[in-house]
Ligand binder design. Sequence first.
Ligand SMILES: Nc1nc2c(ncn2[C@@H]2O[C@H](COP(=O)(O)OP(=O)(O)OP(=O)(O)O)[C@@H](O)[C@H]2O)c(=O)[nH]1
Ligand SMILES: [Mg+2]
Length: 437
Amino acid sequence: MSTHTIVAPASGPGPAGVSIIRLSGPACAAVGMALLGGLPPPRQARLVRVLDPDGAPIDRALALFFKAPHSFTGEDVLELHVHGGPAVVRDTLAACLAVEGVRLAEPGAFSRRAFQNGKMDLTAAEGLADLVEAETAAQRKQALRQMEGALAGEVERWRETIIDSLADAEGDIDFPDEDLPPGLSLRARERIAALRASLTGFLDDSRRAERVRSGFQVVIIGRPNAGKSSLINQLAQRDAAIVSAKPGTTRDIVDVRVVLGGMVVLVSDTAGLRTSQDEIEAEGIRRARQRALDADLRLGLLTHEDERAEFADLMRPGDVWLLGQADRIAWPAAGSDEIVISSVTRQGLVQLEELIATRAQQDAARSEAPPLTRLRHQEAVREAVSALDRALNAPAEAAELVAEDLRLAARSLGRITGRVDIEDVLDRLFSQFCIGK
Ligand SMILES: Nc1nc2c(ncn2[C@@H]2O[C@H](COP(=O)(O)OP(=O)(O)OP(=O)(O)O)[C@@H](O)[C@H]2O)c(=O)[nH]1
Ligand SMILES: [Mg+2]
């Protein structure tokens, strides 16, 4: 437990009906005494007067006390629900800070204490951080699931599988004369191979999870002057990119964030694709191609049928051709992967927005498994997969190497939730093999 007590506003800045000032740590009782004349009984809201160090009233407020360990942080927690004016909040904070042992909290300090006191694991803390930042329903759902332990539960199951198999391998090292199977038993090998396959599946899915957090990436590609910048301005409903009749206007990538159908979508305008002698334009084109490769959906904007072949190499199944400038070009009826649009009359733009929204939603929904939302998780899983590979490929008699690699794999996964302990391997070993009988 921490020795000092932290305090911070728990609600957003600015005037509001109510602002919550939260304290965590052993000095809650002293703060209660100094500011309120005593703590309210745990978990019962009380109407109180908040007093400054001179005993003058600051505000009338609601006080809520949570006694350790039954609180968010696992420590004594006191919440003061004061009126949300800047002066009230400032003076209440100052009164708290005047009590000995109370300090202003660093960012994330409450969650950090909750983690340190075993109130939540790292994935739950990350889920909480994402939940606080969530802008769309999809982000909120993903964050809530992670906060409630979906990922932690999955990671625990993976670790258990490894630890079970490790018990196999370790039994062989420590007690070679015992009647234990040599190296990894066939059953353990099968389990590890299945786990490895499932972990790689999770890695493949993880880009999708990142997309929910950071946005579904859509890129507009086409020849110079096709109308790409005009289109992105329509989608953004503002002048995000410069439009001009001069071909080769756009060089840098222009990113615009829009929310479509409850999904965050990142739309990028790019330099028109052509062969260019201009060094800067050529670099813009190189970036445009790279972005097209990285994106989740490509919109190929055409002003003539013949252009299709020029960047067909960048398009993938599921991508969409836009038959542009329909106010002045007579297009034949659109096929299933085509939309006829005009940035002047807005023809086809609602249909395009709906299509992007549907794609983004489908993409997010495809994965039912709890996703590896952060690079940190993905790296840990990748390390675990390499360690499992080594264990699976080790010669059968190299039980020690196998055990070491399995241990490394379990450790890597343990880093995801922040629990890395080897004690439970021993527990498992002894319980399964009845050693010392
Ligand atoms: N009639 C008509 N003109 C359009 C449309 N979209 C764009 N234009 C015109 O086409 C010209 C080029 O438009 P931009 O949006 O700058 O084209 P771009 O594809 O971004 O061009 P680069 O940045 O050079 O690659 C401008 O004069 C626009 O006004 C459209 O839907 N209809
Ligand atoms: Mg442009």
